[in-house]
Structure formats: C-alpha cells, structure tokens
Design a protein around this ligand. Structure first.
Ligand SMILES: Cc1ncc(COP(=O)(O)O)c(C=O)c1O
Length: 463
C-alpha cells in the first residue's frame, strides 16, 4: 500500500515564518495614504497593534514564531500532508497528487494559523477586543476561536449572503463567544449608508471590512483593534507555516520539489501560505508551475487591472497596488463566499506581475463537479473555495495523463465543506448556474478607480 498520510511530530513544527518580501526580485509598490504618499507605520496604529505593523513592513526573510503561538498551534499542527491515491487511481493519472490538509483545525480551515497569531500579538499589546469581517464564515469562526483561547472580546461583521446561507458558521462563532452581525448592518455609518442605497444588497467583503474598521477606530477606550483574515503581508507570513511543513513532508515522502502547486485565492492567504516557501525555490532556479485559482464570477487576477485601490468599500484603508475589480464591486452571490473579494494580496499580485505564478479562473459548476469527484474518491467533502483549487488539480492530473508524465502536484486543501452543505444542496438540485462577469460590469466598477495614482508593473523579466 502506498503511504497516504505523512505526519510530522510536534518537535518538527517550523519555528520561523518565511517572508517572501525579502526575496522578490522586484519589490512591491508601497501602500499610499490619502495624500498619495507612502503610509508610515504609525498611520496604521489606530487599526493594528504595532507588533503586527512591524511584521507588515518587515523585509526580514525569517521571523521567529513565539513559543506562546506555537503552544496554540499544537492543537492541530503540524497538519498532515496526504496523497490523494484514490483520486489518482480514479483518474488513471501518472501524476502524484499531494495535499496539505488544513481542514483539520478546530474551525475547519487554514484561517486559524493567522487568527491565533494575530490574537496573541494583540493581547501582548494590551488590546481587549478585536473586530473583523467574514465572507464564508471561516475567518470569523477562526478569529472567534482564537479570541476565546486567548481571552479577547470578538465582534464579526458577516457578509449578508453568507449570514443567510451559512447559519451554522454564525452559531460556531457564538459557541466561541463572539458577537456576529450581518453586514451591511445598521450599527455603523458605513453599513447604514449602504443599506440606504441598496437595502437588498447581498453585501460584500469590502463593505464588511469598512464596518469592522469603523467599529475598531471609533472605540474611545483605544483598546479595540481590527483584524484581517487575508490580503496583508503579515497574514500571508503567518500562513507560510503550511508550505514550510509541506516541504519537510514531501522530503519524507521521497519527493524533491513539486512540479505544480495549486491553491484557491480569495485574498490570497492559503495559496500564499502553501506556495511562497516554494516561490523562493523558483526564484533560485527551480522549475515549478504555480497556479492561484479564482472564480469566473470574481475574476480579480485573470481579468482586472493592476492598479492602486482601497481594500474596502468605504475607502478607509490605504491604497494598495494590486489586481482589483474596483472597491465598489459587489460580486454575484456564488457559494464560494471566501473568494468574493474585489482585490488580492499585494505580495501575490507582485509575484504574478513578475511571472512567478499564472492565475486561472473556473466556473462554479466545474468546481462543484470536481468536489463531487473528490468526495466520491477521497471521501472528504471540501469547502466550495477549496473545490475551485480541485477543479485545477483534476485538469492538471488529466493533462499529465495525456502527456504520460509523472508530475508531482501539491495543493492546499484549505477547508472542509461540512458547514457549506446548502451550496451542495443547490448544486444537486440543479439550482446553480455559471456566471462570467460581463465586460460592461468590469468596466463600470474599474472606471471608479481611474483617477487613483497609477501602479507601475515592474518586473525583472526573468520569468
Ligand atoms: C476554506 C477557504 N479557503 C479559501 C478561502 C480564501 O481565502 P484566502 O484566499 O485568504 O485563503 C477561504 C476564505 O474564507 C476559505 O474559507
């Protein structure tokens, strides 16, 4: 029998995070403030604690993981690396398909890797309460879990469409003691403004972010901060533990480096977490195909311009240089709620501009089909976001079959779908449709950012 599970011991857990910013051949463009000038760390201080801001702007290659955070992570880490031998057999592919199983964390996804780190740093800084947004509910439940373990209050603004589609995620947050409200909500100026204009809006991550930031910065005690589940450099940094573990585990399985790396990308954190430690190898000459996958309904990396834009709808964040559909983009209510963000992590975007990775988009029906193939072979039921990655994995495995090549494919199994069964119900009932963002919509939303400072696409030309 093939080895299908590759485990690391607690003592083998990585003790440092990897920071791709140190190795990118062309550095990212800096975030800009309202005056069009690069933001200084102290300008972010009302929103984040200084210890996390230091990580956000760091150019150190390796950053130590404090013992206090390792103590929290041991609950589910190191996470298993598995080989999808049953899927391989079903497809008849010579490819070897490995996946990092991030669904084994208590909330069921990769999100707690950064949630516990962020909660820990906030607690060290004397913060009492965290606010955040959540799309699919995975991030909200991860932060609720982390705050519970660490002893912080937690308030979550959950995108309306997911709040309605995924009531069990809300209950999980409540079990871990958080206060979860539907966004847009009547509790903030940003929420009230949107509700007045669009009372029936399904909401968006951009709107929910505006609400969560407003609630943090208007707390007069100064003891509330905001926490983001993706996009920012420090979030991606915390997720690199995934790829660093996977590297050790692939070696234990007798593999050198993977030929292909795949992850779904909403704000980019699980994809970056798995791929960045291998991007370092690619920068140093390794031949690895690296594919971030997104939905055709929210085609940020595959169709949107690279531009300076706000991270939220109310324009409260600094301007970030990224692929963006425009901060006022309200995506259609597809079931992969965590992939409905208008922007993308600037670090991932700069790696795309460099040519180090090549994004791809899939329709939701293709990804549900892939999810059912997976559930019928490997057995596990994936999150709708993870299923987007699966669609690409199956395509690449079939391609390896056509070419008769024994490729090593590594992908991130970013979460289970046991709280997302309403999406499966809609798919099985034939109620889901494919959606491709019409060109006029793309033009309409991106027209709103045409006066922002121009973001130069700088690259070394090596890839
Ligand atoms: C299971 C799962 N995978 C992926 C994502 C996408 O987020 P990111 O791109 O930050 O990994 C989410 C977001 O909620 C998620 O819940």
């Amino acid at each position: 029998m093939q080895q299908v599970k590759i485990h690391l011991n607690e003592k083998d857990i990585p003790r440092q995070w990897y920071n791709l910013a140190a190795d990118l051949p062309t550095p990212m463009l800096p975030p800009l403030g309202p005056d069009g000038k690069p933001v200084s760390p102290d300008m972010l201080a009302p929103v984040f604690p200084m210890n996390l801001i230091e990580q956000e702007v760091s150019s150190e290659r390796w950053i130590d993981i404090p013992e206090g955070i390792l103590d929290l992570l041991y609950r589910w880490r190191p996470a298993p690396l598995r080989r999808a031998v049953y899927l391989e057999k079903y497809l008849g592919t010579p490819a070897k398909i490995y996946f990092k199983d991030e669904s084994t964390s208590p909330p069921g996804s990769h999100k707690p890797n950064t949630a516990v780190a962020q909660a820990w740093y906030n607690k060290q800084f004397g913060i009492k309460k965290l606010t955040t947004e959540t799309g699919a509910g995975q991030w909200g439940s991860a932060l609720a879990f982390a705050c519970k373990l660490i002893g912080l209050e937690c308030k979550v603004f959950m995108v309306r469409i997911s709040f309605d589609q995924k009531p069990f995620r809300k209950i999980m947050m409540q079990v871990w003691g958080a206060n979860c409200v539907a966004s847009p909500s009547p509790e903030t100026n940003a929420g009230r403004r949107v509700l007045k204009e669009m009372p029936n809006t399904p909401g968006s991550l951009g709107i929910a972010i505006s609400e969560a930031i407003e609630e943090a910065v208007t707390d007069k005690s100064g003891k509330t901060r905001y926490s983001l589940g993706s996009v920012l450099n420090h979030v991606l940094l915390h997720q690199t533990i995934i790829g660093l573990e996977a590297k050790k585990q692939l070696k234990m399985a007798g593999e050198k480096l993977p030929d292909i790396i795949i992850g779904c990308a909403g704000g980019g954190s699980n994809f970056a977490g798995l791929s960045f430690p291998f991007v370092a190898d690619k920068i140093n000459g390794a031949d690895i195909k690296i594919i971030p996958v997104e939905p055709t309904a929210c085609p940020t990396m595959t169709r949107a311009p690279f531009a300076y834009d706000f991270g939220d709808t109310a324009c409260t964040t600094p301007l970030l240089a990224m692929y963006t559909l425009g901060h006022s983009f309200v995506p259609p209510p597809i079931h992969a709620g965590g992939l409905r963000y208008h922007g993308m992590a600037p670090l991932v975007c700069q790696a795309i501009v460099e040519g180090l990775m090549k994004p791809r988009a899939y329709h939701q029906l293709d990804s549900y089909k892939a999810a059912l193939t997976w559930a019928g072979t490997e057995g596990f039921i994936p999150a709708p976001e993870t299923s987007q990655a699966l669609a690409a994995v199956i395509d690449e495995a079939n391609k390896a079959k056509e070419e008769g090549k024994e490729k090593v494919i590594l992908f991130n199994y970013s979460g289970h779908g046991l709280m997302d069964l309403t999406g499966y119900d809609a798919y099985l009932g034939g109620k889901l449709v494919d959606y491709e963002l019409p060109e006029e919509e793309l033009q309409k939303y991106t027209a709103a950012i045409k006066d922002h400072p121009k973001a130069q696409m700088r690259k070394s030309g090596k890839w």
